[in-house]
Design a protein around this ligand. Structure first.
Ligand code: CA
Length: 469
């Protein structure tokens, strides 16, 4: 028999075997088919506000790898988180549900395990589901284990390393490490160096401490997280598509950066925050330099991961996603951190590139980071459960439509946001909880409350809000 004939029979045999396996498997995920489904790489930094990306001309933060990802794919200019706080935001994405449906109203609750996560759905369908960095799905009763594997299986992961966020690591493990990062620092004899450094960054003015940490480059948390993620990709089993979520702990406060990062961020001048009366411009500029340095370090890791995908020959068949759990006020309106209904707090960066995705598209559709859940499921060829609020971004990503949601919702505690693309209504916020309405077509900085002048609009937007669960 000729070589080509033998080859042909071998191939046909393999195909027939695969077809038989597929016909026996109702979901068509078994055998050869699973190889075709894309890998998914989800970069998920903590507290990265929507406008701090290279594409914003007025902010001198340099994110060449994220910019390049946007040119290879779609960048959303109006992406929002479902709730601007760690645990609720991450839970909403895990569940594919709006804040009022997700049953994680604050950082005090654990993720309810009777509510399926998309991680579980991916794993059950044959994906190797991995994650590293801070997961924050168990903020109510955190337990990581020194190997970071305590809760991973029940959330739906196949592998991973769950570490504490910046302050949880210190508050839980300053004396006796409780999570894998502090455990690593102790092994390196750097635990006290890190604890002492963070003790200088406490209190109301903690953002003002912009001095670099004494930790070596490789011991800095986000670099340790980045390395863990690469390891997880390399450990993924052959023949299965993989999913990896990299939950960086930065650019969350405090403003700790390494000496390398310090050396490259001091030459840039930022505009001061909007309506801030707290510190002088020099202090604001230094804070902003550190924030930009943390973002740029994560962008550097994005470049290293893309390099890894190229080396593995997997770039074309990997869906790459970059977003964040919420933003950072960074001094706007005299506010810092998150938990607020303002754009800087609820707005997040969102860039996707990968199979079938349009190249170089900037979409101004209203989208929620919670819509990633259905997007991941659609890429994995898994039916989207009807109980989910998440709506796949694929129609926009594949150039089939320009519109997504009529109204975008977000909320936390007593306040709620409903935004129709022109007007943004905030209810229940602040001491008096009075309605606030902003015309986002000309006031994205939210300086003028026009609720009193537009009662009809307020009423219409109120009707779109959900009843709490
Ligand atoms: Ca967070």
């Amino acid at each position: 028999m000729s070589q080509s004939r033998r080859q042909f029979l071998k191939t046909t045999g393999t195909l027939l075997a695969a077809q038989t396996a597929l016909s026996l498997c109702p979901q068509s995920f078994a055998g050869e088919e699973s190889k075709k489904r894309p890998n998914i790489l989800f970069f998920f930094p903590d507290q990265h506000r929507y406008d701090w990306i290279g594409a914003t001309p007025t902010i001198p933060v340099h994110t060449p790898n994220l910019d390049a990802l946007g040119l290879r794919g779609v960048r959303f200019s109006r992406a929002y988180c479902p709730s601007p706080l760690c645990a609720p935001s991450r839970a909403c994405i895990a569940a594919g549900k709006e804040y009022d449906h997700c049953r994680v109203p604050s950082n005090r609750e654990d993720y309810p395990l009777d509510q399926t996560t998309f991680y579980t759905l991916l794993r059950d369908s044959g994906y190797h589901v991995a994650g590293c960095g801070k997961f924050d799905l168990h903020k109510g009763s955190p337990t990581w284990g020194l190997d970071g594997k305590h809760r991973l299986e029940e959330w739906g992961f196949s592998d991973g390393i769950d570490n504490a966020g910046k302050w949880d690591a210190i508050n839980s493990g300053a004396k006796e490490p409780k999570d894998p990062y502090m455990h690593y620092l102790r092994q390196q004899e750097l635990l006290s160096v890190h604890v002492e450094d963070f003790n200088t960054r406490r209190g109301k003015d903690n953002y003002c401490n912009t001095a670099p940490t004494l930790l070596a480059e490789e011991a800095y948390c986000d670099n340790w997280v980045g390395k863990n993620g690469l390891k997880l990709i390399r450990q993924s089993p052959k023949g299965k598509p993989w999913f990896l979520q990299v939950n960086f702990t930065g650019p969350h406060s405090p403003m700790d950066i390494t000496q390398r990062m310090d050396a490259i961020c001091r030459d840039r001048d930022f505009l001061p925050p909007n309506r801030n009366s707290e510190y002088d411009e020099k202090i604001h500029n230094a804070i902003r330099q550190n924030y930009s340095a943390m973002i740029e370090n994560i962008d550097r890791w994005l470049g290293l991961y893309i390099e890894e995908l190229i080396q593995r020959g997997e770039l074309e068949n990997t869906l790459i996603v970059f977003s964040s759990d919420h933003g950072e006020m960074l001094g706007d309106h005299n506010l810092w951190g998150k938990s607020k209904p303002h754009e800087a707090s609820v707005g997040v960066p969102l860039v996707l590139a990968g199979p079938q995705i349009k190249r170089g598209l900037v979409s101004n559709a209203l989208v929620s980071a919670m819509d990633l859940t259905a997007t991941f499921l659609e890429y994995a060829e898994i039916p989207i459960p009807q109980t989910m609020d998440s709506r796949s971004l694929c129609p926009i990503l594949h150039g089939k439509t320009e519109k997504h949601r009529d109204v975008l919702l977000s909320g936390l505690g007593n306040w709620r946001v409903a935004f129709d693309g022109e007007h943004k209504l905030v209810t229940g916020y602040g001491k008096n909880g009075e309605d606030m309405l902003f015309d986002m077509t000309k006031d994205r900085l939210e300086n003028e409350n026009s609720a009193a002048k537009a009662s009809e609009k307020v009423k219409t937007l109120k009707e779109t809000m959900l009843k709490p669960f």
